[in-house]
Design a protein around this ligand. Structure first.
Ligand code: AMP
Length: 294
C-alpha cells in the first residue's frame, strides 16, 4: 500500500460532494488512476478522535474521503437527533488541515428520498447491549454504512474502537454481504483525564464532565486487577461498578464479552473486552477497554 507523504501544500483543496454519483465519480477516477481510496464515515462535529481515523486513512491509502451525515435512522430519540452538534464550517477546516481529499456531505433527502423502504438487520449482534437500549440503532447504522460504502467504493474503511459494538456489526455486515472493503479499526482517542472523546461530551456540564472520568478509571482499574490475577467477570464488573457509583451516573450496562461474537464470558481472557454504557447527567456515554491492552 502506497500511503501518502505527510506534508501538505499550503492550501490543500478539499472537494465537497453532496450526491452519491459525484463522490462515486471522484473515487472511480482515483482508483482507475491506480490510487487506493480510504474512507472515514462520520456524523460531523469532528474532534481529535475523528482526526486520528483520518490520519490512519492517510497512512494506509493514497486518497482519503470523509463523509459527514447525521443519520436519522440510527437515533431512537428525536431530541438526541435534534441536539446533535453541527459544525459544518469547522469540519471543512479540519478536513483541509488534515489532508482529506473529499468530504461527502449528502442531505437527508439525498440519502433517504421519499419512499425509501430498505433496512439492513444483523440478527442478534444488533439486538444486544446498545441494540437493546436503543432499538433500531444498528439497523440504521448498517443501512447507512452500506449506502455509504456503495457510494464511495473505498479500498479501506476506518472505524473507531470507541464504538466497539458498531465495529462488530460492521465487520459482520462486510463479511455477510461480501462487501469488497478492508476494515481498519483505530484505537480510542481520549482526553488527558481518560474520558473517551465524543461529540456528545460538549453536552456534559462542568460536574458531568468531572463525573464522566469515572468510566475510564473503572475500566483501567478492572484491567489492572485482571493483570494481578482477578479473572472472574462478575468481580471485574463490580470493580467498574464501584468506580461509577455517583448520584449523577445511571449505569445502563457493564459486561465482559468476546470481541467478535459479543457473547458474555464468565471468566475474562486477554483480548476480551469490557463494554459499558452509562448516562452521566442526562448524557449517554459508551466506553470499552480490551483486557490485557494496557
Ligand atoms: P461519529 O461521528 O460519532 O459517528 O464517529 C465516526 C467515527 O469516529 C466512528 O468510527 C467512531 O467510532 C469514531 N470515533 C468517535 N470518537 C472516537 C474516539 N474518541 N476515538 C477514536 N475514534 C472515534
Amino acid at each position: 500500500m502506497a500511503g501518502r507523504r505527510s506534508f501538505l501544500p499550503l492550501i490543500h483543496r478539499v472537494h465537497i460532494y453532496t450526491t452519491p454519483s459525484q463522490v462515486q465519480a471522484f473515487s472511480d477516477l482515483n482508483r482507475s488512476s491506480g490510487r487506493t481510496v480510504a474512507f472515514v464515515p462520520t456524523m460531523g462535529a469532528l474532534h481529535e478522535g475523528h482526526c486520528s481515523l483520518i490520519e490512519m486513512a492517510r497512512a494506509n491509502a493514497d486518497v482519503t474521503i470523509v463523509s459527514s451525515f447525521v443519520n436519522p435512522l440510527q437515533f431512537d430519540n428525536a431530541i438526541d437527533f435534534e441536539k446533535y452538534p453541527s459544525t459544518a464550517l469547522a469540519d471543512e477546516n479540519v478536513c483541509r488541515l488534515h489532508g482529506v481529499d473529499a468530504l461527502y456531505r449528502p442531505s437527508e433527502h439525498v440519502m433517504y428520498p421519499e419512499g425509501f423502504a430498505t433496512s439492513i438487520h444483523i440478527h442478534h449482534l444488533s439486538d444486544i447491549f446498545e441494540g437493546a437500549s436503543r432499538p433500531g440503532h444498528f439497523d440504521g447504522v448498517a443501512t447507512v454504512v452500506t449506502k455509504l460504502l456503495h457510494a464511495v467504493r473505498p479500498d479501506i474503511a476506518v472505524f473507531g474502537a470507541k464504538d466497539f459494538q458498531q465495529v462488530a456489526v460492521v465487520k459482520r455486515l462486510v463479511r455477510d454481504l461480501d462487501l469488497p472493503v478492508r476494515l481498519i479499526v483505530a484505537p480510542t482517542k481520549r482526553e488527558s483525564d481518560g474520558l473517551a472523546m465524543s461529540s456528545r461530551n460538549v453536552r456534559l456540564g462542568v460536574e458531568g464532565r468531572r463525573e464522566a472520568t469515572r468510566l475510564n478509571e473503572g475500566l483501567r482499574e478492572a484491567c489492572t486487577r485482571f493483570a494481578q490475577g482477578t479473572t472472574r467477570s462478575s468481580d471485574l464488573i463490580d470493580i467498574v461498578r464501584s468506580h461509577c457509583r455517583s448520584a449523577m451516573i445511571v449505569i445502563d450496562y457493564i459486561d465482559i464479552v468476546d470481541p467478535d461474537s459479543l457473547a458474555t464470558v464468565p471468566y475474562a481472557r486477554e483480548g476480551d473486552v469490557i463494554i459499558l454504557a452509562m448516562v452521566v447527567g442526562g448524557v449517554r456515554l459508551i466506553d470499552n477497554m480490551i483486557i490485557g491492552s494496557s
